[in-house]
Design a protein around this ligand. Sequence first.
Ligand code: NAD
Ligand code: ZN
Length: 250
Amino acid sequence: MIEEAAKLLARSRFAIAFTGAGISAESGVPTFRGFNGLWKKHRPEELATPEAFRKDPYLVWEFYRWRMDLIRKAKPNRAHYALAELESMGILKAVITQNVDDLHREAGTGNLIELHGNIFQVKCTSCGYGEYLKESGRLEEFLAQSNLPQCPDCGSLLRPDVVWFGEPLPRSALNEAFRLAERADVVLVIGTSGVVYPAAYIPQIVKETGGRIIEINTEESGITPIADVFLRCPAGEAMEKLMTRIKGLI
Ligand code: NAD
Ligand code: ZN
């Protein structure tokens, strides 16, 4: 199985990766399914919604500060680094992720499409203001305050620049992801349940346009029935083995 996956990648013309929360599980960032009750007994679906933010922005901001703090302490794992290495080897052309944790960027991936935003990015609820807290140097300040964060330009409420349940995906990122999927002859799908649409269309598009699907997951997912190679294995271990085989082929 690993051998077949390695051959597909080594011989590919335009390979892409599509990742979900499972790739970051070994970095200590819980998946949504592994999440339940982790923060004050709330389910993410009760907090990561526009309705929750309208009703109780303090609660939602408290949750996001907790998550930002957890995620900023997390480090990329072997799977994130392997994808960055595959890109530098010229095999992987892009990583499309549903994660908001910034770990692909930290690992060195250059062509990164973030379909669900980035937890370190905030935006104004009224004007066009946006800020990437890791770059502006205000992350510490942001985490230390307990009041509602205000827009420096217009004074309105700031919110995390992530896609909440029931919200549309950023159009340009989605279009770019679909364009890459149409071009790809191989997609490496790692750690996604494959049930959140429209993101879950990405492997389907690759398949429909004649490409192959390699899937890495500890469990079967919504994508498994159409996968050409399914590696039932934690992401870090699978990617390490895969890299060794690929290097033996090229
Ligand atoms: P999900 O939580 O629905 O599913 C995670 C998948 O990863 C499951 O199929 C599970 O079997 C698999 N998995 C768990 N541990 C694994 C491991 N060690 N190796 C390989 N696979 C493993 O995640 P999803 O499909 O990405 O769900 C979508 C939503 O969750 C997205 O909207 C995303 O924004 C959000 N989310 C993001 C993060 C993050 O940024 N790290 C974390 C939690 C949720
Ligand atoms: Zn503003």
